[in-house]
Ligand binder design. Structure first.
Ligand code: AQP
Length: 331
């Protein structure tokens, strides 16, 4: 607790252009906590170097991710917005928690297995210990609630296990965090391969709709989206492409699945895809406009980063001094 408020922490990697998966699964939900919780939202640049990044792009995307947080409705005065590498305690606690996280636990992480396959030439130790750093991010702020998509559930459970293990050895040190996984949008699928997650690092540009895509691009991508040969707009496990489009349409319009089925009853996929594209492009238009405005003032973004890092570091220091004392490091 900070004052009488519970604590929320989440982060997004500046590892590519953010997709509507990142938006609907995570960022869009962040602002609902701004009033009643103490919120920390971080651009997790340390995580992003587990995969090779082009330095100039990483720097640009770090600004962009922060600007997107703000453009998606996160008021910098109500939320602590910052960059992970600006608060060195993340790396410090990350190392400490490496020593309380088991090799076997990390070996079971599906993200490690997936990314090792995708980046077979660079299976580095950071990719393997990524979940321990993520645990550090969360535990550093004594977080109660972590809003994430379903792909992060396994990492979050590991963070809980590591916290519980540390607490068992040293007495109460960390709050055990809970996940906040939105039931309607926890997994937005790829438009090209609807059984896989939409991922910002997917090399196929038609697989993803990016938050900053132009309306033309959005319409074109939805038109090309993989569906099936059945031609009925119906939500079903055996229709992953159509069900994914319905999920996206529901998220942008607020309509229920039944309403959507009725709306497109007897109409082909062509009409439906156009409607999904329109709803998505219209929903994102204000975000795009606000993003452009914010990116034009880099000095202000730097001020936000600095204020955020100062405030985050203050709370991080409290946890770190407790951790150091418990472990037995000389103060
Ligand atoms: N397709 C998705 N549907 C719902 N939620 C998603 N998230 C990511 N993709 C989807 C959520 O977005 C938040 C930030 O994700 P991240 O940047 O930490 O990395 P990630 O989960 O690995 O996302 P990506 O887009 O797949 O990134 P890359 O390609 O760099 O690995 C998280 O809360 C995540 O759950």
């Amino acid at each position: 607790m900070i004052g009488d408020k519970k604590i929320v922490f989440s982060g997004v990697q500046p590892s590519g252009n953010l997709t509507i998966g990142n938006y609907l699964g995570a960022i869009k939900n962040f602002s609902r906590f701004s009033e009643d919780y103490k919120t920390f939202y971080c651009v997790v640049d340390l995580h992003s170097i587990t995969v090779r990044q082009v330095p100039a792009e990483l720097r640009r995307r770090t600004y962009e991710t922060l600007a997107l947080y703000m453009a998606c409705g996160l008021d910098e005065k109500k939320n602590t917005l910052f960059v992970q590498s600006h608060v060195p305690a993340h790396a410090e606690l990350g190392w400490i928690l490496d020593c309380y996280t088991m090799f076997g636990e990390l070996s079971r992480m599906t993200q490690f297995k997936d990314k090792s396959q995708k980046h077979a030439e660079n299976i580095n130790a950071g990719l393997f210990t990524y979940p321990a750093l993520m645990a550090a991010d969360i535990l550093l702020y004594q977080t109660d609630l972590v809003p994430v998509g379903i792909d992060q559930k396994q990492h979050l459970e590991l963070a809980r296990d590591v916290a519980a293990r540390f607490n068992q050895i040293y007495g109460d040190t960390f709050t055990i965090p809970e996940g906040y996984i939105p039931t309607d949008t926890m997994k937005i699928a790829s438009l090209a391969e609807p059984t896989s997650k939409m991922s910002k690092s997917d090399p196929n540009p038609n697989a993803c709709v990016y938050i900053l895509d132009s309306k033309d691009d959005i319409m074109r991508k939805f038109k090309k989206a993989v569906t099936d040969s059945d031609a009925s707009v119906r939500y079903s496990e055996d229709k992953p492409g159509v069900s994914n489009l319905m999920t996206i349409y529901r998220a942008f319009t607020g309509k229920s699945l039944e309403e959507i089925e009725r709306e497109f009853d007897g109409r082909g996929y062509g009409d439906f895809k156009l409607a999904v594209g329109e709803a998505c492009a219209d929903g994102l238009a204000p975000v795009r406009e606000e993003f452009a405005r914010l990116m034009a003032d880099k000095a202000y973004l730097e001020q936000v980063m600095k204020n955020g890092a100062d405030e985050a570091a203050y709370y991080a220091r409290k946890t770190m001094s407790k951790v150091r004392r418990k472990i037995g490091f000389v103060n």
